[in-house]
Design a protein around this ligand. Structure first.
Ligand code: CTP
Length: 399
């Protein structure tokens, strides 16, 4: 899987820098082409010559020293990389990346790359659990293209036991291998994803909306595109950046969403309805701002189309239909009932009354229910990590 892939290994100044030698060696044995950038601090722990001998490539550690025959070294390295692995990643480089500081060879190169960046933090436990570091990791985790590898727990160089060890080089190399293996597994599949909340106008300044941030749907779109699928994302208004490499359609109302979804549906292999669709809309939108002339005020609402139910009625035997169920009570019962009623292949149920779950959070904790009534409990995790699990499960659905 890694043969002829360009892996950029960033080595920072920590005692675990010596383990990066084994990482480079393992990557080479898998026929990857490995370029190494060391921070100045890393060169105090281990010499560039070691990496140069193992990788057969010159090692960069100084912005101002040309080691390759390239015009602008950090841009060339950034462009060349298929995957970047930072191991060990210190609190310093994590802080720099999270705040956009690019002041040495490693940080400028990472800033310039569009390749996925895997960050393997390794440090003393107290440094690792420091809220500033955790905040920085969270910032990166939320950005598209950054993947944090949780450190191992055990004996640390400072003499204590705890979290902060660089995972075994074999584990890190496996992570990169799995990632590259997944990359094209959905090639040729067309996946339609909806995200965000719809808005129904009341008058020119007001609307009926909901608390959906769109984060779950965007994470799914990003993950599916990363694995090679052709993704169309139909989204209600959100404040999120559009993931790279997807077709993006912005809508406002449930009816607009239905119009686009209906058109694209026939050509889709998989549809994931992650959008929080408004169930009702205002019967007659006021042409002018409504004035507060009365003590009480009633809105006349009419039911919106149920986009997913309509797809359930039309779907062919090959198409996969996935829905979400946001509930505040009787999670499993309601979700199972929705799976049947809407003729879905899978439903992802979240209890949005719980802390850190569902609407607007970066994390989610769900139950995934399939047609055979199997229920899988997924613990609290980032929406990005959950997106990978959901896409895995969809891929494994037998049709
Ligand atoms: N959905 C839809 N069109 C609607 C409402 C919901 O396509 N008008 C989709 C959602 O995108 C989601 C699933 O149906 O995938 C379940 O949505 P949810 O709001 O949990 O359920 P509702 O069908 O609205 O049922 P209820 O309001 O009774 O909970």
């Amino acid at each position: 899987m890694l043969a002829n892939k360009n892996i950029l290994l960033g080595v920072c100044g920590g005692i675990a820098a010596y383990k990066a030698v084994e990482i480079a060696s393992r990557l080479r044995k898998l026929d990857a082409n490995v370029d190494v950038i060391m921070t100045q601090a890393a060169t105090k722990f281990i010499t560039p010559l070691t990496f140069q001998e193992i990788t057969g490539n010159p090692v960069s550690s100084d912005m101002w020293e040309k080691v390759h025959n390239w015009n602008v070294e950090h841009i060339a390295l950034a462009k060349k990389a298929d995957v970047v692995l930072l191991a060990p990643a210190t609190a310093d480089i994590i802080g720099k990346l999270a705040s956009g500081i690019a002041d040495d060879m490693l940080s400028t190169t990472i800033m310039a790359t569009t390749a996925p960046v895997f960050i393997a933090p390794a440090m003393n436990s107290n440094m690792y659990i420091n809220p500033i570091l955790q905040r920085n990791l969270q910032t990166l985790q939320q950005l598209s293209g950054y993947h944090i590898i949780t450190p191992a727990t055990g004996h640390l160089a400072c003499g204590t036991n705890g979290i902060g060890r660089l995972p075994d080089p074999a584990v890190l190399v496996e992570e990169i291998t799995n990632y590259t293996a997944q990359v094209q597994e959905l090639k040729g599949k067309r996946i339609l994803i909806t995200a965000g909340g719809t808005r129904e106008a009341i008058d020119p300044v007001r609307y009926i909306g909901n608390r959906s941030s769109g984060k779950m749907g965007y994470a799914l779109a990003e993950e599916a595109a990363r694995r090679g699928a052709s993704v169309t994302l139909v989204s209600g208004p959100t404040s999120l950046n559009v993931p790279a490499g997807i077709e993006f359609i912005k809508v406002e109302t449930a009816c607009q969403m239905q119009e686009y979804v209906d058109t694209i549906f026939a050509a889709s292999d998989v549809v994931i309805m992650a959008a929080a669709v408004s169930d009702y809309r205002v019967r007659k939108i006021a042409g002018q701002k409504i004035k507060k002339t009365t003590e009480a005020f009633t809105l006349d609402l009419v039911k919106n189309p149920d986009i997913l139910s309509a797809l359930g009625k039309r779907k062919s035997t090959e198409q996969i239909l996935v829905g979400f169920a946001a509930e505040t009570q009787n999670l499993l019962t309601f979700a199972k009932e929705k799976l049947q009623r809407k003729n879905l292949d899978m439903i992802i149920a979240n209890d949005v009354s719980q802390k850190n779950v569902g609407f607007n959070y970066d994390t989610n904790m769900v139950k995934i229910i399939t047609r055979d009534a199997a229920v899988e409990d997924i613990p609290l995790m980032s929406k990005k990590a959950l997106a990978a699990i959901i896409i895995d499960k969809i891929r494994n659905l037998k049709k």
